[in-house]
Design a protein around this ligand. Structure first.
Ligand code: GTP
Ligand code: MG
Length: 195
């Protein structure tokens, strides 16, 4: 799968308000600052497509990007951002859940996990909710450039072991780096199977 064209297609606050043209959607979720927007930019080869920031809580809406005029990549706000009011956090949580539960076009949800640390409780809880609701997902370990190859491998093995306590069968998994472009081919090829 090659991306030849990627364009912003609209921001929304719930599934009912997303772009009206129905096409397959591949969405990105994960803790705030894990690198969702950067990964979308890396996959599209355009560093200015989705807005990124070194401070968490940058993406606050559901952003659709239309790819090759035939499918969407969807940038979601992050979960688990502590420095906002309880009300704002609840609104984001509802926005994310509404999108995930009411988007019939969503083919797959990529759950991003920071490759530098143990997968966190909030990630495990989120993933467990996906299982309960039968939402198809894959995991992407982000920021793969930040650890050396051995440390990275060890950390991912550790995360797999943690996930295996909850899951009999592990979901598809990828390692990415928005800095080096690692993972791009694999992720796009995986998406390509569904298009
Ligand atoms: P929210 O929209 O706030 O939920 O964050 P996000 O998950 O979209 O993260 P974003 O893409 O804005 O990236 C957060 C920070 O991490 C930025 O400073 C990025 O430059 C950095 N970053 C993202 N991906 C990578 C990566 O693969 N490697 C490195 N070294 N830094 C990364
Ligand atoms: Mg973002």
């Amino acid at each position: 799968m090659r991306i030849t064209e990627a364009k912003f297609a609209g921001s929304s606050v719930r599934a009912a308000l997303k772009p009206s043209r129905k096409l397959p959607e591949f969405a990105f979720i994960g803790r705030s600052n894990v690198g969702k927007s950067s990964l979308i930019n890396m996959l599209c080869g355009n560093s200015k497509l989705a807005k990124t920031s070194s401070t968490p809580g940058k993406t606050k809406l559901i952003n659709h990007f239309i790819i090759n005029d035939s499918w969407y990549l969807v940038d979601l706000p992050g979960y688990g951002f502590a420095k906002i009011s309880k009300k704002e956090r609840e609104e984001l949580r509802m926005m994310i859940n509404d999108y995930i539960q009411n988007s019939d076009e969503m083919v797959l949800l990529f759950v991003l996990v920071d490759s530098r640390h143990d997968i966190q409780k909030i990630d495990l809880e989120f993933i467990s909710g996906l299982g309960e609701n039968g939402i198809p997902f894959a995991i992407i370990f982000t920021k793969g450039d930040k650890l050396g190859p051995n440390a990275l491998k060890a950390q991912i093995e550790k995360d797999k072991a943690i996930l295996s306590e909850q899951w009999e069968e592990l979901p598809p998994m990828f390692v990415s780096s928005s800095e080096t472009g690692a993972g791009k081919e694999e992720i796009l090829e995986y998406i390509g199977q569904y298009i």
